[in-house]
Structure formats: C-alpha cells, structure tokens
Ligand binder design. Structure first.
Ligand SMILES: NC(=O)c1ccc[n+]([C@@H]2O[C@H](COP(=O)([O-])OP(=O)(O)OC[C@H]3O[C@@H](n4cnc5c(N)ncnc54)[C@H](OP(=O)(O)O)[C@@H]3O)[C@@H](O)[C@H]2O)c1
Length: 328
C-alpha cells in the first residue's frame, strides 16, 4: 500500500499494538482519536492524528486525506447499558463506512476488527470456523455482528475484510488482567463446576494477523479468525499460571444462579455509583460457555498467518509487563 493508513481505536489495547506493528513496517499512520482520548501509547513522532468520534460531526475529509487503507479497530467491549454497544459497534461502524464510501475512489482496503463474540460459542471439542452460522449470545456479540454487516455493505465499493479475534491477551490489556490478578493472589474463581475450552490470541500475533488481512488480495470480502493454534483448557491455563507465579491456586466454582445473583447486585451497585460493574449478567453468560474456541485454518491457508508467541512465553511476558507497570 502506498497511501496513508487511517486507524481507529489506536489508543486502546489492540489498536495501540497494531499501530506499533504498522510503524515497524514503515507505514504512514493517522489515528482517529477523540479530544478525551488518552494518547499514552501513541507517542511516536511519526504518527499523525485526526480528531473526532465515530459520527457525522467528525471532519471525515481531513481524516481521509491521502488515505488508501482503513483499519477500524475502535469498539466498545464493556458497557453499563446494552444500547451503548450498538451505538459504538454498529452505528459507529455505519458512520465510518458512510465516510469511507464518500472517499471510495481512494480506498484500496478496509479492515474491520470484529470478534468471536459475533459468531458465538462453539460446542465441547467443536470450535467454530468461518462457515459456522452466527449466533451471538450477548448484546456485545450482537452489536459486533451488526457492525460486520454494516462494514460488508461497503464491499460493493472497495475491498472489505473482517478479522475476528477471540479473547486477546498481552501487555496493556486490562480485561484479562482481572484473571491474572486473581491468580496472582492464589484464587481462581469460575462459573459452573466444569472445565471450559477457549482460544486466545497474543496481541502481537493479532496485530500481525490484522496487517496480513489488509495486505492480502484473497482476503477481499472474507472473514478470518485470528487466534492461537490450540484451543486451551481453562483449568490447564490456570495450572500454567500457578506454575509461573510459583504459588498454589485455589479454584472455586460459583453455581450459575449464584453468579447471576452476584452480577445483578454488581449491576445495581454500578447503577447507583455510576461506575462500570466488575461483573454483569452478560459476562456470566459468556463465562458459563463450554467452548469459546475458533479454528484458524482459513487464516493460515489464505493469509499465511501463523501464531508465533507460545502460550507460556506469552503469559510470562504479559505478567512481567504487569509487574513492570506496577499492576501486579
Ligand atoms: N480485547 C479483546 O479481548 C477483544 C476480543 C475480540 C475483539 N476485540 C475487538 O477489538 C477492538 C479493540 O478492542 P480493545 O480490547 O483494544 O479495546 P479497548 O482497549 O477498550 O480500546 C477501545 C478503543 O476504541 C475506542 N472507542 C471506544 N468507543 C469509542 C467511540 N464511541 N468513538 C471512538 N472511539 C471509541 C477507544 O478510544 P478512547 O481511547 O477515545 O476511549 C479505544 O481506542 C474492539 O473492536 C473489540 O470489539 C477485542
């Protein structure tokens, strides 16, 4: 690609690592950020900025000047109200897609970062793949699926590719951090007394997978899971973390009805304090699933994607980062 890149979500966990990867490749990157955004991970002097949100008020002509590739990474992953997911993940995608369609002559590629949640969980020992019919189980998942549909509308105007990560881990992540924190204290809470299966992706591998999706012509009009090769057992991951932390970890399973009650109380507390709850009923639904696994065969075959960060190495490096930052 010879033009500039317009990237949304650059201040966040995934977006900031994608920015690092693109800069490493010598690409010219412009981040769309809000006046309220924290730019702590976007200090590289080569970066350009456009200011605005995912709505019509943004000066899209300035944002799209000299741009030929768009990475739409911005998204809302945790919200107090279900409606907020749709405002950002669906209507926000509609807004940037409408702007991109206005600038269609210059756009060579639009990569939309979605989620495994848009497709929903698999079944025990049966991870989903790109042919699995979408069946999201939470408002977040439904909003991400609607975001995919909004992005695909533009496929008549320029090449669009969708990337679906499962749970992402690595330096700067604050979502799975709660799990690391609990295990560091010797506790491993879970919901339901059964093991769960899950794909994970290290953020470095994900950034490379997203980049490959933009570079590859066969990816046009296609969706790809970008994840680990292996689908992990949650209990095995806890054991591995216990080994890394060199401590005994006590696992305890909350029965599902108890977990829903705790989540309802947390939501009530959040309503009163106006702070996001640590857990909500959607998270309980998510965490109760037997298999959040996905196959990466298509990405390997068509994009040449190959995860490089081994799980133990990735977990160790993530823990070290949390320690260096004083989070653990
Ligand atoms: N992390 C995961 O495990 C995971 C898994 C699957 C899919 N994903 C997807 O990956 C993408 C990035 O997730 P992340 O983990 O990096 O999230 P994150 O750290 O919370 O970052 C979210 C980014 O989106 C931006 N954003 C949020 N609401 C916005 C709005 N209304 N207008 C403009 N920008 C907005 C944020 O900008 P501000 O700094 O201005 O708030 C931030 O840059 C999302 O689309 C998410 O659905 C993430």
């Amino acid at each position: 690609m010879s033009g500039k890149i317009l990237l949304t979500g650059g201040t966040g966990f995934v977006g900031s690592h994608l920015v690092d990867r693109l800069l490493e490749q010598g690409q010219a990157v412009r981040c769309l950020v809000r006046q309220s955004s924290n730019l702590q991970y976007l200090k590289d002097p080569r970066l350009e900025f456009a200011y605005g949100g995912l709505d019509e008020a943004t000066d899209w002509d300035a944002a799209f000047a000299d741009v030929d590739t768009v990475y739409h990474v911005a998204g809302l992953t945790f919200a107090r109200r279900a409606q907020d997911y749709f405002t950002v993940n669906f209507q926000g995608t509609e807004a940037i897609i409408a702007a991109a369609i206005k600038h269609r002559q210059q756009i060579k590629k639009f990569v939309h970062v979605s989620s495994l949640a848009a497709i929903g969980p698999g079944e025990k020992d049966r991870p989903v793949d790109e042919d699995t019919p979408p069946a999201p189980i939470t408002p977040y998942g439904r909003s991400k699926l609607m975001g995919e549909e909004a992005a695909m509308i533009a496929a008549d105007f320029f090449p669009v590719t969708i990337v679906r990560p499962p749970a992402v881990y690595g330096p700067r992540d604050y979502a799975l951090y709660e799990m690391f924190k609990a295990i560091a204290k010797g506790l491993s809470p879970s919901i339901g007394n059964y093991d769960k299966q899950l794909s994970l992706v290290h953020v470095f591998d994900l950034a490379e997978g997203i980049r490959l999706a933009a570079e590859n012509d066969t990816a046009t009009g296609r969706a790809y899971f970008i994840a680990s090769d292996e689908v992990y057992s949650y209990n095995a991951l806890v054991k591995m973390l216990a080994k890394i932390f060199a401590r005994r970890v006590r696992s305890f399973a909350l029965p599902r009805p108890v977990a829903y009650t705790v989540a309802t109380l947390a939501e009530l507390g959040a309503f009163i304090t106006r702070k996001p709850p640590v857990i909500n009923r959607d998270k309980v639904t998510d965490l109760s699933q037997v298999c959040w696994g996905c196959s990466i065969e298509r990405a390997k075959k068509e994009l040449g994607y190959q995860p490089k960060v081994g799980i133990e190495e990735g977990l160790r490096q993530t823990i070290q980062w949390y320690k260096d930052e004083g989070w653990l």
